[in-house]
Ligand binder design. Sequence first.
Ligand code: TYM
Length: 333
Amino acid sequence: MKKISLTGLQPTGIITLGNYIGAIKQMVGFQNDYDSYIFIADMHAITINQDPITLRKNIRSLVALYIACGIDPEKNTIYIQSDNPYVANISWLLECNTYYGELSRMTQFKEKSKKNANFTSGLLTYPVLMAADILSMHADIVPVGIDQKQHVELARDIAIRFNKKYKEIFTIPEPIINSDITKITDLQNPTKKMSKSSENQKGVISLLEDLDVIRKKIMSATTDSEMNIKYDPENKPGISNLINIYSSLSFKSREEVEQEFKNSNYGEFKKCVADIVIETVKNIQEKYNEILNSDYLNEILDKGSKKNIEISKKVYETMKDCIGIGRSNKTLD
Ligand code: TYM
């Protein structure tokens, strides 16, 4: 039997080149080897304020974008998190087995709560909902960007704790980080992650962005005052980020990229990075426009949700039996 791979993406705003390289591209690589689940984490999105009309639009758009990026609906189960009523219930049962201290120590929580003093409690419990996503589907591996690794590790801790306390019901998930790339950084501020929530969007590339704008953004990416195209993230974060982007999209190693551009100047290198990004994004956009308003998309989501609900309903019932809540008289030994 194939192992299970699972990952989610929030339908908030744009999907960046960072999401593509950090998560989606990796999933495309995994879809032949794993029983693969991919979902839209719309309940995670509402941990911060969202405009309902935009959110609704983004959910469908993201599914179309996944498929346009090469996620094959025949090989993956694709679904929307909120279609499943069991996941929030499972999350609650897990919350009652998670310590406040664990949640308040999460890096993402600390960073996001600092930004807005009026943060919701959902921002704190966010990683438990993630654990529910992962554990309810028996995921063996969870491909994520480095920023989500800590949350997957917490899901592991919660699973181990629950299994010990009650019964071995959860698979212990493992985060899979694309270690060759780790993270794609902001083109203007290359020591920071390329983030859809960044204040200055000049350093962020959206997969649905105008191609000329993408070229301009890459051509004006921050580099350094040297002239050599060398991978050195500490001293040359801008060039190293461009090497990562090029390396990932061309399927070449960093050393091959350094070799290929050893006689080029920064302008020439940036032009090649822009060309390969644009070629990739153009293909994605063409497919996206074909799929977005098709019935095919609804069929994929109906099929995905059905499977997701079936599996997690069983987990929920078993958890209730373990914990001793509900009507069932079943005791588990
Ligand atoms: P989200 O929507 O912030 O990001 C989706 C995925 O993209 C990765 N990522 C990046 N990787 C490399 N470089 C970047 N600049 C970059 N930006 C984002 C993220 O690490 C992530 O893998 N909480 C999750 C969604 C989620 C989830 C889950 C994931 C909900 N439940 C269960 C896995 C399993 C999130 O907000 O991802």
